[in-house]
Design a protein around this ligand. Structure first.
Ligand code: FES
Length: 144
């Protein structure tokens, strides 16, 4: 049913765990009553320097989360936002048709984690890049 790549990522998933000092988190599903995936990201200089996940799901979902975190690590925030379900499925070498929906947990959770990071960045100057701060931005926004 599953190809070797999916089986390998299911049996030995990469990047499992939490990042207690994550800069962003994103969750899809509901841990109280079903499948869920939570992604943690650590960002430096607008690059995802670490990505980890916690999951409750089937082998396809676990393999998806494992390869997704591999794909996202080291990417810029902008590049990581472009990672799609299809990219994840391709990187795994395909999934059985009836398991395609499991892969949709992955990219969406990652995108939510990035959105969380971007939202926090607005209020945490320490996450901002050189030359970028709330004061400058607010002044720019006020100009006609
Ligand atoms: Fe629910 Fe795969 S995550 S069936």
């Amino acid at each position: 049913m599953y190809n070797n790549s999916v089986l390998e990522h299911f049996l030995n998933p990469h990047n499992v765990g939490r990042l207690p000092d994550a800069d962003g988190t994103g969750m899809i599903g509901d841990p109280d009553c079903g499948d869920y995936l939570k992604i943690y990201i650590k960002v430096r200089d607008e690059k995802l320097i670490d990505v980890k996940f916690e999951i409750f799901g089937c082998p396809a979902a676990i393999a998806t989360a494992s390869i997704l975190t591999d794909l996202a690590k080291g990417k810029s925030v902008e590049e990581a936002l472009k990672i799609s379900d299809l990219d994840v499925i391709k990187a795994l070498g395909g999934l059985p048709d009836r398991k395609i929906h499991c892969s949709s947990l992955g990219a969406e959770a990652l995108h939510k984690a990035i959105e969380d990071y971007l939202a926090k960045k607005e209020f945490r100057p320490s996450l901002k890049q050189d030359g970028e701060n709330l004061g400058e931005r607010n002044v720019r926004n006020l100009q006609p």
